[in-house]
Design a protein around this ligand. Structure first.
Ligand code: HAM
Length: 427
């Protein structure tokens, strides 16, 4: 019997993986320009890390985590602390690593990025997987609005580097420990008056986490909370100024944005600036990247009161957008060598080796095939150019170079092939 992959988990095959690699390359380049360094954190963490950071009453912690008992533990010891969870996101793990290693003692300001799989047991649909991939960044140790703007500029530059100009940015401020409790009470009073119209889930959790109702996708909840008080009207003076500066910096750097006072995000650690980049082309799962500030998280996970801000983007969604644009990394080998005749093969084998050592992606056939069949294969592989050598050409000391896009052909001297093809790659 065939063993199949788990629902919501998928393979990324050659042909598609090149776009992923290109996206990752662009990310590394832009992160380096903004002085972010890579951190690699475990895929598995103690469950309490996520319940304490993302929040007990969030969808992720309540129903989407892959959690299991560690095999070494005796069942009688089973408590929250002995359970393990496949990471549903990266922020909690990065902050745990920052606190545990006491990185802040050497230098509190750390700009870190990560890439890798995340796991959420959501209902799979277009753009929503149970194993998905994030590229994320966290700036720890800075509470100023300039770093919030810097993070958004980084994202804007990265999307620009991918040629994605359509995703649009929405921002909100969720206030701080000073002003949020007041807003929470105002919202709770509003929601209690409409309790009957809310879905069961929201009815159950409004007392503990009323803000979740603003994020609920149930039509009844959307309707009932239409006139809900907006958090930006309840911000304290410090939060108001912080948010005003972020907006000013974005305007000054020509990053377009819209205010969305209903955006509360699905994770509880946020405060002050929050944001989402969405694309209409993605259907219902429209968020390409999202994030915000989380000033209390380092402390909540046992560290000193150090602020933080960051974001994560969904790589499946980014590559989906690139596919729709039909762009991304160039596919296929840079050169496919077509040889006709035994002598040509003997010449081609070491020549291909030399070109590969120059960093070119090169392919050739091993067995005798007609020119037509080799050309067909070059086309199928998406080769950018074909180098044609026959016994006749060899004698004359040249080969034919055919550009597969323009279909133009030129004769080049055998001695110049390496220089010519490497120059072509560089241009
Ligand atoms: P998030 O909004 O839960 O935030 O996820 C960030 C992005 O991951 C989403 O905008 C989306 O592109 C992608 N994503 C989330 N769930 C799925 C899924 N099931 N399938 C495919 N893609 C998905 C966070 O995870 C925060 N840790 C972001 C952050 C970092 N905030 C501060 N620092």
């Amino acid at each position: 019997m065939k063993v199949t992959a788990i629902k919501g988990f998928s393979d990324i095959f050659p042909g598609e993986v090149e776009t992923w690699q290109w996206v990752e390359e662009q990310a590394r380049r832009v992160f380096a320009a903004y002085n972010f360094a890579e951190i690699r954190i475990p895929v598995l963490e103690k469950t309490e890390l996520f319940s304490r950071s993302i929040g007990e009453t969030t969808d992720i912690v309540e129903k989407e985590m892959y959690t299991f008992e560690d095999r070494d533990r005796r069942s009688t010891e089973t408590t929250e602390a002995t359970k393990l969870t496949l990471r549903p996101e990266g922020t909690a793990g990065v902050v745990r690593a920052y606190v545990e290693s006491e990185m802040y003692k050497v230098e509190p300001v750390r700009k870190l990025y990560y890439m890798g799989p995340m796991f959420r047991r959501e209902r799979p649909q277009k753009g929503r997987m149970r194993q998905f991939h994030q590229i994320g960044a966290e700036a720890l140790g800075r509470g100023d609005p300039f770093i919030d703007a810097e993070i958004l500029l980084l994202l804007s530059d990265f999307l620009g580097a991918l040629g994605l100009t359509e995703p649009s940015l929405q921002i909100n401020s969720l206030g701080c420990a000073e002003c949020r409790p007041q807003y929470r009470e105002t919202l709770l009073t509003f929601l209690r008056q409409r309790r009957e119209s809310l879905c069961d889930n929201c009815q159950r959790r409004i007392e503990r986490n009323p803000l979740r109702a603003l994020d609920c996708k149930e039509p009844g909840c959307i309707h009932a909370t239409k006139e809900a008080p907006a958090i930006i009207d309840s911000l304290c003076a410090v939060c108001r100024e912080h948010f005003a500066t972020v907006q000013r910096l974005l305007s000054e750097t020509q990053v377009r944005f819209a205010l969305n006072p209903r955006m509360v995000r699905g994770l509880d650690y946020y405060c002050r600036t929050t944001f989402e980049w969405t694309s209409d082309q993605l259907g219902s799962q429209s968020a390409v990247a999202a994030g915000g500030r989380y000033d209390g998280l380092v402390e909540a996970l046992g560290g000193p009161p150090i602020p933080g801000v960051g974001f994560a983007m969904g790589v499946e969604r980014l590559t989906m957008l690139l596919r729709m644009k039909d762009s991304g990394a160039p596919r296929g080998p840079s050169v496919y060598v077509v040889w006709i005749g035994e002598k040509a093969r003997e010449w081609a084998f070491p020549a291909v080796h030399r070109l590969r050592r120059e960093g070119l992606t090169v392919e050739m056939e091993g067995e005798t095939r007609s020119m037509k069949s080799q050309m067909r294969r070059a086309d199928k592989l998406g080769a950018q150019a074909v180098l044609i050598v026959g016994d006749d050409e060899l004698q004359k000391g040249h080969a034919l170079l055919r550009d597969m896009a323009s279909k133009q052909q030129e004769a080049i001297a055998l001695a110049e092939i390496v220089a010519k093809l490497t120059a072509r790659k560089a241009s």
